[in-house]
Design a protein around this ligand. Structure first.
Ligand code: MG
Ligand code: MG
Length: 288
């Protein structure tokens, strides 16, 4: 018996998932454009302008801009900044930095949300391992976005992957989330915890899964700008995110240009039973 009433989780039809895929691809391309511009001497405001141009050229709208007053298209979080960093013409990247870029867009009423962390120029091995550990943890979570699994099976997989990669701090104050006709919807998707809890995942649900790892301790605090979340101990942090659709054919990673095929295939064992990463979308093919 359910002791607590939970809100419903938005279910999308196959046709609606195709439209969400379009939003996901807009985000993927905007992130790719911004990431390709990352380098020593580039400002985070320049990256923001690139992402905004890409989103608007696709006829979509940046979802972060104006969200609770956030002033930009992307969040740019450098080094000890975990999430929600504000792009600035005064923030110039230097070789050895790492930067997390988080991007969201609305296309025809549907949301996509994704984030990636990259090094600026040459980075040290410890930082490179942190980035790799965070991305690997994300893919372990995405792989369990399947009908019949429980929500926290994803949470557990992320935490277990992160802990097997190193003594990283797994941020708890911020979580992933449901997504669809709004950016942040029920349910929250924690990056830690026991498996086998929370809602049973079903065909047509869509989640934004987004682990945040810290080189040192997991504790976070918010700067005086009211947005920027930094690690309390000042160590570097990484953040990866994808929007994924739960389908009978397996996880369909809407914000990965290949639908998630490569990322899922890299996991130990690869895709279970050789399942495809979601339906092969004619919309995805035609939009290049
Ligand atoms: Mg995001
Ligand atoms: Mg998100």
């Amino acid at each position: 018996m359910r002791m607590r009433r939970e809100p419903p989780i938005q279910i999308k039809s196959p046709a609606q998932l195709e439209r969400m895929r379009e939003a996901g691809l807009v985000v993927a391309r905007a992130l790719r454009a911004a990431v390709s511009a990352v380098g020593p001497g580039v400002t985070t405001a320049e990256l923001d302008a690139i992402a905004e141009r890409e989103i608007r050229a696709a006829g979509a709208v940046p979802s972060f801009k104006g969200y609770h007053g956030f002033p930009a298209t992307i969040c740019t979080s450098v080094n000890d900044e975990i999430v929600h960093g504000i792009p600035s013409p005064d923030r110039r990247l230097a070789a050895g930095d790492l930067i997390s870029i988080d991007c969201g867009a609305i296309a025809a009423g549907w949301h996509g949300d994704a984030a990636v962390t990259v090094g600026v120029g040459a980075i040290d091995a410890e930082t490179a391992r942190l980035i790799e550990a965070c991305e690997t943890a994300l893919w372990h979570g995405l792989a369990l976005a399947r009908p019949g699994n429980r929500l926290t099976d994803i949470s557990r997989a992320i935490e277990a992957s992160a802990r097997s990669s190193g003594p990283y701090g797994v941020v708890q104050e911020y979580t992933g989330h449901g997504i669809g006709t709004q950016m942040h919807m029920y349910p929250p998707v924690p990056n830690y915890g026991k498996p086998g809890r929370g809602p049973v995942l079903a065909d047509g649900m869509t989640l934004a899964i987004e682990p945040m790892l810290v080189l040192g301790q997991r504790h976070a605090r918010v700067l005086d700008d009211g947005w920027t979340v930094v690690s309390a101990d000042g160590t570097s942090s990484a953040h990866f995110e994808h929007t994924v659709a739960i389908t009978a054919d397996g996880p369909w990673v809407l914000t990965a240009e290949d639908g998630g095929r490569a990322g899922l295939a890299r996991l130990p064992g690869g895709l279970a039973a050789g399942q495809p990463a979601g339906p092969v979308s004619s919309a995805a093919r035609s939009s290049g």
